[in-house]
Design a protein around this ligand. Structure first.
Ligand code: G6P
Length: 489
């Protein structure tokens, strides 16, 4: 009975994100295979277990028939997930188009060429309309699951209109919005044709959160410069109504990784990998195959390192896990060929009959394989050109309490602000500097490695995903209470 009472007291939370933590693959009229989705948003939110959570999102599959919709809803419902169904054209315009070909590159300071941008302008209006349409479909699903008192937590750049649609339907709803990407300088953001509508829509939330203080500051500047609103230390004020804006750095479920390392499956796999790579230092990259991750830059830095350090040729191996993502978007297809070409060139140049310097995998790993790989790795390379936070760096640190390996981390990842003191920070555009960082990391003394690791391990195990969600949700509750008091006064 104690369990029941506790359950009743748990805060009900509706998490709304474009993607569900699992993506569905159809295996028959009523049969579905569910695969874990990739990315930091999913991995962090899956660690949040303290609320009674319903997760609303797209299952990554086009389902038109009622039988299919019903059977998928049932399969997902067992896990606490509610699907949002989007037709193929909406997905193409909203997800491939506006989200991943417009907002994503812009928020990450990725400059499309003038020609690409001009070409993109043509379809932009249709994409933006589809974006709004998709957001209103999400809103309908949220409203049909909403109960009084629920906290509704909207996530990421896909859903900037959601706070507006939800508040228009139910003004008393507690609505938070969190951005998992950087928010760019207002000088970049203001080139977006739909800049005002998006800001106005998202400002309808009660609380807006970012990973870092800088992103929050950029957002407030965009609101003051573009909308002429007043920025205060607490957020943005519009005719007496305050939208609270603050930084809430995300984390991981560190315990899950630390625990996994003690299981026999992971331990056996660690032994196997150690045998496989014995006599060589292991460098690792784990990324979605995305233009923001700087994978070509990472490979060029490794190539430069091999050129400058022949002594290391048969003593080091680089493993790059590049999980395919957004494969219908042209830029991602281009990147894939580019990466394969560079890997081929480096392996051709520096490989021997029996070994190659780079093991490149175009797929994700099972959780136990990933933990084992993190655990045996000497140097993790994170070379993001921009990255909201980058939780791969956190996962690596969580798995390194034995080995105390080195994290080489881009200064353009949000994580540079939290793990900067323990990592070697680099500008990934500076190939020479990055190549030197690789050499420094491989040559670092044990004492220095221990000291750097200790700093990061304390951070990763204390600033967890659970703490992140607790802080955001309690701040959202407080913000709503304060707003009600202000009205009474
Ligand atoms: C990033 C985004 C997430 C997204 C993930 C995977 O982490 O912030 O919102 O879910 O990438 O990308 P995808 O397009 O496959 O959902």
């Amino acid at each position: 009975s104690e369990g029941i009472i506790k359950d009743e007291q748990r805060q009900r939370l509706l998490v709304v994100a474009n993607r569900l933590p699992v993506s569905a693959i159809r295996r028959g009229e009523n049969a579905w295979a569910l695969e874990l989705s990739a990315g930091g948003l999913v991995s962090a939110l899956l660690g949040v277990k303290q609320f009674e959570t319903t997760w609303i999102g797209w299952a990554g599959v086009n389902v038109q028939d009622d039988v299919g919709k019903e059977s998928l809803s049932r399969a997902l419902g067992e896990e606490g997930f509610v699907p949002v169904f989007l037709d193929e054209q909406t997905v193409d315009l909203y997800y491939n188009g506006y989200c991943n070909n417009v907002l994503w590159p812009l928020f990450h300071y990725i400059g499309l060429t003038q020609d690409d941008r001009l070409a993109a302008t043509r379809g932009l209006e249709a994409q933006f309309n589809a974006y709004k349409r998709a957001n209103s479909i999400f809103a309908q699903v949220v409203l049909s699951h909403y109960q009084k008192g629920d906290v509704v937590w909207c996530h990421d750049y896909h859903l900037m209109f959601l706070p507006r649609f939800l508040k228009e339907a139910k003004s008393e709803m507690k609505v938070g919005w969190f951005l998992h990407t950087p928010f760019p300088s207002s000088e970049i953001y203001r080139t977006l044709p739909q800049r005002s509508e998006l800001l106005q829509a998202v400002l309808k939330a009660d609380l807006i959160g970012f990973h870092t203080y800088d992103y929050a500051r950029h957002f407030v500047s965009a609101c003051t410069r573009i909308l002429g609103l007043e920025g205060t230390p607490d957020g943005v004020e519009d005719q007496g109504k305050l939208t609270r804006v603050a930084a809430f750095p995300i984390g991981i479920d560190a315990e899950r990784f630390v625990r996994a390392l003690h299981t026999s499956t992971v331990r056996n796999h660690i032994q196997e990998l150690s045998r496989r790579f014995s006599g060589r230092k292991v460098m690792l990259g784990v990324d979605r195959l995305d233009m923001i991750k700087g994978i070509p830059q990472k490979l060029l830095a490794f190539e430069k390192f091999l050129e400058d350090n022949p002594i290391w040729h048969d003593k080091v191996v680089m493993v790059q896990i590049a999980v395919p993502t957004r494969t219908d978007v042209h830029e991602y297809q281009k990147l894939s060929s580019q990466v394969h070409e560079i890997v081929g060139r480096i392996n051709g140049r520096f490989g021997t009959l029996t070994t190659v310097p780079i093991h490149h995998l175009d797929r994700s790993l099972e959780f136990y394989e990933l933990c084992a790989l993190y655990a045996i790795t000497d140097v993790l390379l994170v070379t993001s050109l921009r990255d909201g936070m980058n939780l791969v760096s956190y996962e690596y640190v969580a798995c390194q309490d034995q080995k105390k390996g080195v994290l080489v981390l881009s200064e353009f990842a949000g994580a540079a602000q939290s793990l900067g003191a323990g990592a070697i920070l680099i500008n990934p555009w500076n190939i020479v500097e990055a190549a030197c960082a690789i050499a420094d990391a491989l040559n670092m003394s044990e004492t220095e490695r221990q000291e750097r690791h200790r700093h990061n391990f304390i951070h990763v195990t204390s600033h967890t995903a659970q703490l992140w969600a607790d802080t955001f949700v309690s701040e959202l509750n407080d913000t709503v209470v304060e707003a009600e008091l202000r009205i009474l006064r």
